[in-house]
Design a protein around this ligand. Structure first.
Ligand SMILES: CC(C)(COP(=O)(O)OP(=O)(O)OC[C@H]1O[C@@H](n2cnc3c(N)ncnc32)[C@H](O)[C@@H]1OP(=O)(O)O)[C@@H](O)C(=O)NCCC(=O)NCCS
Length: 167
């Protein structure tokens, strides 16, 4: 379903986009097989239950009619108004063209429209994730926490946040 029309178009992905979403995820060298399996699990819940019933919400960015990136977000269990950005990924052939920022802005708008006041983006501290950390910092996120050796010895958890004004 198209929501706006600019060079990039926001879409709510439908079942036919599932393969492309997984292809994009598989094409991200930072993601391992476990990451792709998790994305597939969340996608299956979304595709089966639909946006109104699913705990996870997917958004897609379409460029010239082709899905070029996706984001998945949802409420953080046991909180009020706190959301997690579970995944965001842009087709590796289209990095650095503003697609990630486009998706992030739409996730933020949707979180706020669902009554959210806080969006959390967790990522890894490995050097390979430095571009991802730059992406969050450059998009106005604060590094609010860091858990040393969280993923593995020498691989920290970085917690980036964005707080939205209430009202
Ligand atoms: C992180 C990711 C989603 C960013 O998407 P993108 O479309 O390439 O990013 P954008 O073009 O919107 O970049 C927006 C800003 O983020 C920063 N940024 C993005 N990629 C960067 C990089 N490789 N190095 C440094 N800064 C970067 C810049 O400030 C950039 O603005 P600029 O290009 O005007 O300087 C994309 O690189 C990606 O899919 N990475 C692999 C998956 C991943 O790490 N996901 C997050 C964890 S789930």
């Amino acid at each position: 379903m198209a929501i706006s029309s600019t060079e990039l178009e926001l879409v709510i992905p439908t079942t036919t986009d599932g393969l492309t979403i997984l292809e994009i995820a598989r094409g991200i060298s930072l993601f391992d097989a476990g990451d792709v399996d998790t994305i597939q699990e969340l996608w299956t819940e979304f595709a089966t239950r639909g946006d109104s019933e699913s705990w996870y919400h997917f958004l897609g960015a379409s460029k010239s009619g082709n899905l070029a990136g996706f984001a998945c977000y949802g409420r953080r269990p046991l909180t009020e108004g706190t959301f997690d950005l579970y995944w965001i990924a842009v087709d590796s052939r289209h990095h650095r063209q503003g697609i990630g920022e486009f998706l992030l802005k739409h996730v933020e708008a949707q979180v706020q429209s669902r009554g959210g006041h806080l969006l959390i983006a967790e990522t890894a501290g490995k050097p390979a994730f430095e571009p991802t950390r730059h992406f969050y910092l450059g998009s106005g996120y604060e590094l609010e926490g860091r858990l040393r050796d969280f993923y593995a010895i020498g691989d920290d958890l970085y917690i980036f946040t964005r707080h939205f004004p209430l009202g």
